[in-house]
Design a protein around this ligand. Structure first.
Ligand code: RIB
Ligand code: CA
Length: 313
């Protein structure tokens, strides 16, 4: 089977970094047409720089990186330095990038790619706030039907929120953008906190990254060593949750994941529950299912795939 053509939309972020490394390490499964940066974990100037740092760490300097939206559709930007550190990639010491940033705006790259590639052959993989995707859909509605699938990290239902009691960070930062995406009609696979909180980098798993004993393996171990603080303090977790790598692992091995096709709508009005992904898990409404909402995974299978692939770089 030919590799799946994807655009990774991202706000690196240590977990975004691991998701990107997994994709770049898997050319037989994934063809990364481009990486589009969005403001999220840290401001855009850093997310676009971090995306290039990660490509250089992977030795994939031919990857095209684009800079996108620096603020949400209609709200002030909320960032997460308290989780990811000032740079967004705290943990390892990595050199500033020398590879170029593409001149084209990320939104225009998304639009042009979907217009130029055969319809139904490009998957969008957002790992941060959905501002770039929503802006592209609003600017060029003709591209919506050309998207093969959206596989995203975001939202929460049984696991509830991580930035507010009700909302997960990616959706909370730009709920209006999430509303555009979830109402677009494009087939969506959602990796919410319900599943990503089951991908904890325990010490044996982190030791396995370090034991790869390459610059990539050591950098990933140092990223997750840093990144785990927030979740350990807040949830008493046994390690850092690898939220975003669930997206790229799903593209490679969907059988590792289990979910349910349900209706998911986004709260955009209430201050109390702004950004909540209201998943009709028990089918109590007549709202049509619009997403595969993933709730479980084979965590050991996920980590052995991830460790094996990272060792290739
Ligand atoms: O809530 C977790 C999500 O927010 C992850 O994508 C993380 O990188 C941050 O963007
Ligand atoms: Ca992210």
């Amino acid at each position: 089977m030919s590799p799946r053509k994807i655009i990774i939309d991202t706000d690196p972020g240590q977990d975004d970094a691991v998701a990107i490394l997994l994709a770049l390490a898997s050319p037989e499964d994934i063809d990364v047409l481009g990486i589009t940066a969005v403001a999220g974990n840290v401001p855009l100037a850093l997310t676009q720089k971090n995306a290039r740092i990660i490509c250089e760490l992977a030795g994939k300097t031919e990857t095209k990186v684009y800079s996108g939206c620096d603020v949400p559709l209609s709200r002030k930007l909320v960032t997460a330095e308290h989780v990811h550190g000032k740079t967004g990639l705290d943990g390892p010491t990595l050199p500033d990038p020398t590879m170029p940033l593409q001149d084209q705006h990320a939104v225009d790259f998304i639009i042009d790619t979907l217009r130029n590639e055969d319809a139904g052959t490009v998957t969008l993989c957002p790992l941060g706030p959905l501002t770039n995707l929503a802006t592209a859909f609003n600017k060029a509605p003709d591209i919506v039907e050309k998207v093969q699938e959206i596989v995203l990290m975001g939202g929460a239902y049984f696991e509830v929120g991580n930035i507010t009691p009700a909302a997960e960070f990616n959706i909370y930062v730009d709920p209006e953008a999430a509303d555009v995406v979830f109402k677009s009609g494009v087939p969506i696979v959602v990796m919410p906190l319900d599943v990503t909180h089951k991908t904890l980098v325990t010490k044996p798993r982190n030791d396995a990254f370090r034991a790869i004993d390459t610059s990539v393996g050591i950098a990933v171990a140092e990223m997750t060593d840093f990144f785990e603080r927030f979740d350990k303090e807040k949830y008493g977790s046994a390690g850092a949750p690898l939220h975003d790598p669930c997206v790229t692992a799903y593209l490679i091995a969907p059988e590792l994941f289990k979910g349910r096709h349900v209706n998911v709508e986004i709260e955009t009005q209430s201050d109390l529950t702004l950004g909540m992904t209201v998943a009709d898990w028990w089918g109590v409404t007549d709202r049509a299912p619009n997403a595969l909402f993933v709730g479980d995974l084979d965590a050991d299978g996920f980590f052995s795939l991830l460790t094996e692939r990272l060792a290739r770089l």
